[in-house]
Design a protein around this ligand. Structure first.
Ligand SMILES: Nc1ncnc2c1ncn2[C@@H]1O[C@H](COP(=O)(O)OP(=O)(O)OP(=O)(O)O)[C@@H](O)[C@H]1O
Ligand SMILES: [Mg+2]
Length: 335
């Protein structure tokens, strides 16, 4: 991983959700780092905590969610402890494409109203007239390759196809993503035929604008092609990370291996069977390694001790007791 100008650093992050009866201990010491221009991918089963991580970065956890420990730094300054800085970064540096595009669009507002809402915040320090903002909105819609921009601007979300709506959502994210784009499974709920177009659009925009990217996706081909570094999450923890191609070709953690085997492949008509067992119950997560109840290789130590991320190769870290630590460099949080 390159050490040139760290853009974002998540340091040993713990996030809980609280309900009336229970505390769900979801993120359990997550660390990651992204440098300028770097593209990272996050892979993990449903419930692994991927969306929780992205929402923590932007400071938009639901009211039940709380960061209980750790820090998130953007260009070295805390986003958690400095709300003014967080707002500034959210306005002009980081943009997010949400997992559920429909939830990002309000059915009673037109596309123009949506974009103007965002642009008024992004350009609040400029003395732009509404006509200037409409020109910017028009440019953004052109960038996401929407045809007949005039018509789209005056349409309500229900008047657009799923693919067109997702392009609008991407345009809204681009308005503030001047440096870093967070894309949370950006093709969920889209037709398979459209998924590839949308992913290629995101890929092109990120490259053209030289954005850094955190991409949550199950599209292994895309991750292989597009991201430099891959983080694998299980049960609210990073259990393996490093060079994306290396991990996708030669995963080390039993969970990553099982996850990649169970992923449906384009070359096969067989749908993957998934990994046996259930993700951890966050109210009372397993002791030691959170994966041990589902791991075919679990040993005694796995129930007792949480494995640390250790360096296995030049750009490959894994948190698993199967890998001896004697001749490897211990890295603590792994970063
Ligand atoms: N508001 C909430 N209150 C309680 N628990 C929550 C809340 N939001 C999320 N969770 C729990 O946190 C865990 C992680 O959820 P999260 O949405 O971050 O997972 P994910 O990896 O994004 O999953 P998916 O792939 O399905 O999107 C899940 O067990 C989820 O039920
Ligand atoms: Mg999610």
């Amino acid at each position: 991983m390159s050490e040139i100008e760290t853009l974002l650093e998540v340091k040993d992050l713990y996030v809980n959700y609280k309900s009336y009866w229970y505390i769900y201990k979801v993120l359990n010491g997550v660390s990651l780092k992204i440098s300028k221009g770097e593209k990272i991918g996050i892979l993990g089963e449903s419930g692994a905590g991927k969306t929780t991580l992205l929402k923590s970065i932007l400071g938009i956890l639901p009211p039940q969610g709380r960061i209980v420990k750790g820090d998130i730094l953007y260009k070295g300054r805390s986003l958690i402890h400095d709300k003014k800085y967080l707002n500034e970064v959210r306005r002009s540096s980081i943009g997010m494409i949400f997992q559920d595009p429909l939830a990002s669009l309000n059915p009673v507002f037109t596309v123009k109203e949506h974009l103007l809402d965002v642009l008024k915040v992004v350009y609040k320090d400029h003395n732009y007239k509404e006509s200037d903002l409409i020109s910017i909105a028009t440019e953004l819609l052109k960038e996401v390759m929407l045809p007949d921009v005039e018509r789209v601007l005056n349409s309500y979300p229900f008047q657009l196809s799923g693919g067109m709506r997702q392009r609008v959502v991407i345009a809204m994210a681009l308005a503030s993503a001047k440096e870093l784009l967070l894309a949370d499974e950006p093709t969920t709920n889209l037709d398979v035929t459209i998924q590839d177009q949308i992913l290629r659009l995101i890929e092109r925009l990120v490259n053209e604008k030289n954005l850094s990217l955190i991409l949550v996706s199950h599209a292994l081909g895309l991750l292989f092609r597009m991201v430099n570094t891959l983080y694998v999450m299980y049960g609210g923890e990073i259990i393996e990370y490093g060079d994306a191609r290396k991990i996708l070709k030669e995963p080390l953690h039993p969970y990553t291996k099982m996850l990649l085997i169970s992923a449906p492949r384009l070359t096969s008509s067989k749908i993957g069977e998934g990994i046996k067992g259930n993700p951890p119950d966050y109210r009372n997560p397993p002791s030691g390694c959170r994966f041990h109840p589902r791991c075919p290789f679990a040993m005694d130590i796995c129930k007792k001790e949480k494995p640390k991320l250790i360096r296995i190769g030049p750009d490959h870290y894994v948190a698993c007791h199967l890998y001896s630590t004697s001749d490897l460099e211990k890295t603590g949080s792994g970063i």
